[in-house]
Design a protein around this ligand. Structure first.
Ligand SMILES: [Zn+2]
Ligand SMILES: [Zn+2]
Length: 443
């Protein structure tokens, strides 16, 4: 017996699903209690009438307060219940050959319908140049996903690039139509995408990198905040924030080296497929890339415990996990106190949302904020008001964003703006309120 609460607005039938959090659905006839998340809670009367069973809902009263005035509209399909799957597989795939008859709009609609039905969550970009997907799939649906990709998207040769760390890494499914699946902003026709670099399997890559005579130039094609927490030893890691700037940096690094061997890597391979084509279109002879990127190398390391990983630290990912560990090495520092720390976090003030590295100690001290007076005061007031000082729930006060995009991925710029230097940031960005408290305890 299943009830299914779909998230598709296209088949809206007027059901009101309240956005209450962490509630349970009790079905006495089945002697069953089902925990629902906040996106699948419906009015009990409605479920009863549509599914022809008697049931009741219980709400977590504390949470109810938070969500009292918010609600969403969803649809109910009479046959299944959306029960959160226990096991997920997190994977990515991409192809520069998206050979389908449908227009991008129709394809998007088709994908949303079919993939939501499977319970897939994640981010999929489609463009005339191809498809790029990062998703979490319920484990029991992985065969269906493969079949859908093969039959309806014509992606038979495209491998699923499985992560080594499987969780539900996204909240819902987004399918976006883009100009390009990897934004290079270069003029169309300025390079030939069919000129592909040599794809080295993780094993071949490991071999090539181990043989230092073989290696001439090794470039990390990711952004600075990605390579900050993990990288291949001896790689050149450009200080950039976008793929477009990566390309510029790559061209500078490789200038005049058309006859040398160029090795490049990125998270899953897609950026190198493009960057490699750009080099090869500009007269470079030998360009090699890591097939499946760091994700695939991570699997290789896990499956071969006897080898020493040439990658140190974490593989940053653009999802809830903010990365998966490849080795236990910590290669980066807490942006607040400078102690070794390898994990990113987002500022708890969602209007700031700064992506930065913060150790557990600083997280507790600064209530998981970036540490600016503005953010700290805001969550402090929020915690006092709602008595949640011990939790680290996100705070969404509905204010304007205080930083632009660059500031959000470049914490050092914020520190600079606060007049601090990297040498004394730990004291300079401590909010006044903490300084006062410290003073009081001393007295
Ligand atoms: Zn710290
Ligand atoms: Zn902040």
């Amino acid at each position: 017996m299943n009830i299914y609460v779909s998230r598709s607005l296209q088949t809206f039938r007027g059901a009101i699903i309240y956005n209450f959090s962490y509630s349970s659905l009790i079905i006495p006839s089945l002697n069953k209690t089902i925990l629902l998340n906040k996106f699948t809670v419906a009015k009990p009367r409605l479920i009863s009438s549509l599914c022809n069973i008697s049931c009741s809902l219980t709400f977590d009263l504390i949470r109810r307060f938070d969500y009292k005035y918010r609600y969403r509209f969803y649809t109910i399909n009479k046959t299944k219940i959306a029960i959160e799957p226990n096991e997920w597989l997190t994977l990515s795939f991409y192809s520069f050959n998206l050979n389908v008859q449908l227009s991008l709009e129709k394809l998007r609609e088709n994908m949303l319908n079919k993939l939501e039905e499977m319970g897939l969550v994640g981010r999929i970009y489609i463009a005339t140049e191809g498809i790029n997907a990062q998703v979490s799939c319920p484990k029991e649906k992985i065969v269906d996903l493969r079949k859908y990709c093969d039959d309806e998207l014509n992606l038979k040769g495209t491998e699923f690039n499985f992560s080594t760390y499987h969780v539900k890494a996204f909240r819902k499914l987004h399918v976006k139509i883009k100009k390009q699946i990897v934004a290079d902003r270069l003029e169309s026709g300025s390079y030939d995408l069919s000129k592909q670099p040599v794809y080295l399997t993780p094993e071949e890559w490991h071999e090539a990198l181990s043989n230092s005579k073989e290696l001439s130039i090794l470039i990390d094609m990711r952004n600075q905040y990605e390579s900050e927490v993990g990288y291949f030893v001896n790689s050149i890691r450009p200080d950039v924030d976008t793929f477009r700037d990566s390309i510029k940096a790559m061209n500078e690094i490789c200038e005049g080296k058309q006859n040398e061997k160029i090795y490049m890597y990125c998270t899953g391979g897609i950026r190198c497929s493009k960057a490699g084509a750009i080099l090869l279109s500009n007269g470079f002879k030998s360009v090699y890339m890591l097939k499946g990127g760091i994700t695939a190398y991570g699997r290789f390391v896990l499956e071969n415990p006897s080898i020493t990983s040439l990658y140190k630290g974490r593989n940053f990912t653009f999802d809830k996990r903010l990365g998966e560990p490849i080795t236990n090495d910590v290669v980066s520092q807490c942006h607040t106190c400078g102690k070794p720390c390898g994990t990113h976090t987002n500022c708890r003030n969602k209007t700031c949302n700064l992506l930065f590295i913060q150790c557990e100690e600083c997280k507790t001290r600064l209530k998981r904020t970036c540490g600016t007076d503005f953010c700290f005061q805001l969550v402090h007031t929020w915690d006092e008001k709602y008595g949640r000082s011990s939790t680290f729930d996100d705070v969404k006060p509905g204010l304007e964003c205080v930083y632009d995009h660059i500031h959000r991925t470049r914490p050092r710029l914020v520190i600079k703006r606060l007049g601090g230097t990297t040498a004394n940031i730990s004291t300079d960005i401590i909010p006044d309120i903490i300084k006062q408290k410290d003073k009081q305890t001393k007295e």
